[in-house]
Design a binder for this molecule. Structure first.
Ligand code: HEC
Ligand code: HEC
Ligand code: HEC
Ligand code: HEC
Length: 150
């Protein structure tokens, strides 16, 4: 019987496979971020990085500290569930320094939520501009209490 020999084409395939696995392992070692895998399949350091962003939104409770009247007014009407900042924009800078003005939004804001659109839920009251009373919503609706006459 002849001695056992690996045929040369199989040897080449084995060497090629070893080379690919080797390059992959080296690349993986150098390219994997340090904190990857500490908690799971993500970079653990990303949590701290995201938490370190300065917040843009202050939340309703912060607004109510200085605008108690507005907070009380809105709590009585159908807009009670809305955040102040969904209409006035991010307010953290204004909370820190009221000289930084917040927007007093104009009428088109209302259509952002109330313009008739079949993809909206039915519980949200919707108007078709052409069938409603006109585009200057604020003439007839108080934004903080939209069912009351101004
Ligand atoms: C530290 C107190 C303070 C806090 C907190 C505060 N405001 Fe104000 N805000 C003021 C003062 C003072 C003015 C200017 C006087 C005024 O117009 O009543 C003002 C004015 C405004 C105006 C009118 C801007 C204009 O052009 O006339 C809006 C709108 C407003 N604030 C919304 C908010 C919202 C929304 C929040 C929460 C994110 C908030 N404020 C938090 C003190 C505060
Ligand atoms: C549905 C959108 C909406 C929400 C929610 C809302 N606002 Fe307003 N707010 C407006 C509009 C629109 C104006 C401008 C009214 C105008 O020009 O007559 C305004 C005006 C103001 C003003 C200026 C003073 C005034 O009466 O003109 C202040 C202060 C204010 N809002 C504070 C708040 C606070 C505080 C909250 C949360 C408790 C809040 N708003 C929630 C739409 C909103
Ligand atoms: C961020 C979304 C949003 C914006 C912006 C907004 N609304 Fe609303 N509005 C709501 C929600 C949510 C309700 C409560 C559900 C309902 O009654 O449709 C509501 C309720 C209402 C109602 C009461 C409907 C009823 O009889 O029950 C009126 C009127 C109204 N809004 C008018 C306005 C006007 C005018 C503006 C602009 C100043 C405005 N809304 C801006 C979300 C919004
Ligand atoms: C000339 C006055 C006037 C103007 C301008 C006006 N509305 Fe109204 N709106 C009313 C009255 C009155 C009602 C009471 C119910 C009715 O007649 O439809 C109402 C009802 C609503 C309702 C509740 C609808 C429902 O199905 O119960 C919404 C939402 C609304 N308006 C949003 C708006 C928006 C958004 C604008 C601006 C594009 C606007 N309105 C402009 C007078 C007005």
């Amino acid at each position: 019987m002849r001695p056992h020999r690996i045929p040369p084409q199989i040897l080449r395939l084995i060497l090629l496979t070893l080379a690919i696995v080797g390059v992959y392992s080296v690349a993986r070692y150098f390219l994997t971020p340090a904190s990857f895998g500490r908690y799971g399949w993500y970079r653990a350091a990303a949590l701290g990085e995201i938490a370190a962003y300065p917040p843009d939104y202050a939340g309703k409770a912060a607004c109510a500290q200085c605008h108690k009247d507005k907070a009380e007014q809105i709590a009585k009407g159908p807009h009670k569930a809305l955040s102040c900042e969904s209409c006035h924009g991010p307010g953290m800078a204004h909370v820190g320094n009221p000289d930084v003005k917040l927007v007093k939004p104009a009428a088109p804001l209302c259509l952002r939520c109330h313009e008739a659109n079949p993809s909206r839920p039915e519980w949200l009251k919707q108007v078709t501009l052409a069938d409603h009373y006109g585009e200057n919503c604020l003439e007839c609706h108080v934004p903080h209490q939209p069912n009351e006459a101004p």
